[in-house]
Ligand binder design. Structure first.
Ligand SMILES: Nc1nc2c(ncn2[C@@H]2O[C@H](COP(=O)(O)OP(=O)(O)O)[C@@H](O)[C@H]2O)c(=O)[nH]1
Ligand SMILES: [Mg+2]
Length: 217
């Protein structure tokens, strides 16, 4: 494993109601998504070392926004509105799904979406359905188990195992997963070095494209 990048700069850029209004896709990007209260804001703050970076707590009654952050001027982090609100209407849920799927399918610089799952719970239909939709559409994702400090290590391990088994019913291979705790700063190094790999891949791709452009002149 390479050394994890240092987050030297982490700033909020903009909240957008749809993809067309988001920052130009000039940097590689990772998105964070999960059910409300899963620990998304806490994870983003923990990774960035900023206590209030992702303070916008998502209110299910409010307009749902796509929130962009600039990390070190070489990556975007995107905080996506959560899913699985019990209280919202069918119509709102449909709007959410359309906006999110549109974003995940079309955003050209999106390298992966981190799907957050609470490590204390057994597999939930919402999460499995959502992950299966990503898989069917060929959208790259990674699973991030949150709040690992809240239960015993053996329990966390058991829940991780059952989640992965639930997904293995549908998929032969699963992408990398991470076990995290915002409280104990667990999984930070692993996630940041993974993001480093994403940045490196992006740079290589840019170099390749520049070469092709040059040779076609
Ligand atoms: N013990 C513990 N609590 C956490 C952790 N992550 C989040 N929480 C708590 O879970 C609640 C929801 O967290 P938040 O980040 O706002 O979730 P979000 O709705 O997904 O953005 C808050 O009370 C957090 O303090 C964690 O890693 N460990
Ligand atoms: Mg939040």
């Amino acid at each position: 494993m390479s050394n994890a990048m240092e987050v030297k700069k982490a700033i909020y850029i903009i909240s957008s109601p749809k993809m067309e209004l988001c920052p130009a896709p000039t940097l590689p990007e990772v998105a964070f998504i999960g059910r409300s209260n899963v620990g998304k804001s806490s994870l983003i703050n923990m990774l960035s070392n900023k206590r209030e970076l992702a303070k916008v707590s998502s209110n299910p009654g409010k307009t749902q926004m796509i929130n962009h952050f600039n990390i070190n001027d070489n990556m975007f982090w995107v905080d996506l509105p959560g899913y699985g609100f019990a209280k919202v209407s069918q119509a709102m849920r449909k709007d959410w799904k359309k906006m999110i799927m549109d974003y995940l399918e079309k955003r050209e610089n999106l390298a992966t979406v981190f799907v957050l799952i609470d490590s204390r719970v057994t597999p939930q239909k919402h999460d499995i359905d959502f992950i299966n939709t990503l898989g069917q559409k060929g959208i790259a994702f990674n699973i991030v188990f949150t709040k690992a400090d809240k239960s015993k290590q053996t329990e966390v391990a058991h829940h991780v195992k059952t989640h992965l088994a639930a997904l293995h019913k549908f998929w032969e291979e699963l992408p990398r997963h991470f076990v995290t705790s915002a409280e104990k700063r667990l999984g930070r190094k692993e996630m940041l070095s993974y993001m480093d790999e994403i940045i490196e891949e992006w740079k290589m791709k840019e170099k390749e494209e520049a070469k092709i452009k040059k040779s076609s002149k």
